[in-house]
Ligand binder design. Structure first.
Ligand code: UTP
Length: 405
């Protein structure tokens, strides 16, 4: 106990023991175990960021929808051959908490249907099955969950018989959690005996796969490419042979699906070059001038927004395992126990989550195929309850694309 007190004092977090004396011995033991398992580097950014003054940002060229159309047949053929050789696997990023959606269960289990059932996971599986049929081979699909939604996710797949997918080819693993703090960096309790924890962002997927032993399995297979994507874009094509074939044929180290920004001000990360390497610049980092800068043909110079659908080469990823990813600190709504021991569920962001992001991995690649897809056909994210990028907008786009809901 003395050791724990000293540890907390060193890190300025003694408030975690505020209710300690009121706890049962089992609760006390649980809290101490939790405290002892905190990785105290969770809020420290030890990455080697390029400082702004050394950073040269430039536009990047993309393969446009028209160019892709012209070579679709060749790209698809190359992609299908690679998939037949077993060179592609999939990674679904499904560890998030979906706080903006306010849906307690895993986002993938959300029913997009109105009169029929059409779950998000089901849509992803159906898209993959199209490719499986075309290539006449199963594709390994890895699903990243967190401790918080692991059981719900795996049970959901089991209850729905994996939506017709071969369960030997679906693998689940768990990402790490980080403590959440208030706006002053003090770790919050979510009960008198437990710490408020949240998944550590979607950037740690490769190291989590490594920690769970999945990489050892992958290295024993012919898998060369991993298609990483967010769970919540219900229209995106995954395991897309055209995307894979184009990345291989253009001899690029990795690939990123992008859409043209709807307006210069749209709040999406734009792909560009930083000191010659692929990079994603956040909308709030663009100066006014850059935001409106145009190419010779009048298109926006920083006009390709990323949609969190990437192709990464396994070999290069292996080399990134020792790299410290930049830390992103996000203001979020975090339920917490107040000084009177009452559980508070705030309406407005009241605390901080500490995350690494998948988009930062792009920067570790030498080059990237920027692959444009049509917004109306491949971008329908389910982020919010209503308004932009919501259940309603995604349903509308599904209907436009021929789905019966
Ligand atoms: P978002 O950043 O949109 O987060 O995740 P979210 O958890 O879905 O929603 P909010 O911000 O709480 O409302 C983009 C993708 O990354 C995954 C999500 O599941 C989603 O597919 N993700 C996010 C993880 O896998 N792990 C994380 O720790 C965070």
């Amino acid at each position: 106990m003395e050791k724990v007190k000293k540890l907390l004092a060193e890190h300025g977090q003694v408030q975690l023991l505020k209710f300690y004396d009121e706890l049962s011995s089992e609760e006390k033991a649980n809290l101490i175990t939790q405290i002892n398992s905190i990785d105290w580097s969770f809020n420290k950014d030890s990455s080697t960021h390029i400082s702004d003054k050394d950073s040269v940002i430039e536009p990047i060229t993309a393969l446009s929808v028209d160019e892709i159309e012209k070579s679709r047949y060749e790209f698809e053929k190359i992609g299908i051959e690679a998939i037949k050789r077993g060179e592609l696997c999939l990674l679904v990023l499904a560890g998030g908490q979906g706080t903006r959606l306010g849906y307690e269960k895993p986002k993938g289990s959300f029913n997009m249907g109105i009169e029929n059932e059409l779950f998000i996971f089901q849509l992803l599986i159906e898209h993959t099955l199209d490719v499986v049929k075309k290539c006449d081979t199963w594709i390994h699909m890895y699903v990243m969950t967190s401790d918080i939604n692991y059981d719900d996710t795996t049970n959901f797949f089991r209850e729905h018989n994996y939506f017709g997918y071969n369960s030997d080819f679906i693998h689940f693993f768990v990402q790490e959690l980080n403590p959440c703090t208030d706006l002053n960096g003090k770790i919050l309790l979510n009960s008198k005996s437990s710490i408020a924890m949240a998944p550590n962002g979607n950037g740690g997927w490769f190291s989590s796969m490594h920690r769970c032993g999945i990489l050892d399995h992958i290295f024993d297979t012919p898998i060369k490419w991993i298609n990483v994507f967010a769970v919540d874009n219900v229209l995106q094509r995954i395991a897309d042979p055209v995307f894979l074939g184009a990345t291989i044929s253009c001899n690029k180290m990795c690939g990123s699906k992008v859409v043209r920004k709807a307006t210069p001000e749209e709040r999406v990360g734009a792909i560009c070059l930083q000191n010659g390497k692929p990079h994603i610049i956040e909308y709030y980092e663009l100066s006014d001038e850059m935001m409106h800068q145009t190419n010779e043909d009048g298109s926006l110079a920083y006009g390709y927004g990323v949609i969190l659908n990437y192709l990464f080469p396994i070999n290069r990823l292996k080399e990134t395992l020792d790299i410290k990813m930049p830390l992103h600190i996000a203001k979020k709504v975090i339920p917490y126990v107040n000084d009177d021991g009452l559980l508070i569920k705030p309406e407005q962001p009241n605390g901080l989550k500490y995350e690494t992001l998948a988009l930062d991995l792009i920067h570790e690649m030498d080059d990237c195929l920027v692959f444009e897809v049509e917004r109306e056909k491949e971008f329908a994210p389910v982020k919010n309850k209503s308004g932009t990028d919501s259940i309603d907008t995604a349903r509308e786009l599904l209907i436009k694309n021929g789905y019966t809901l």
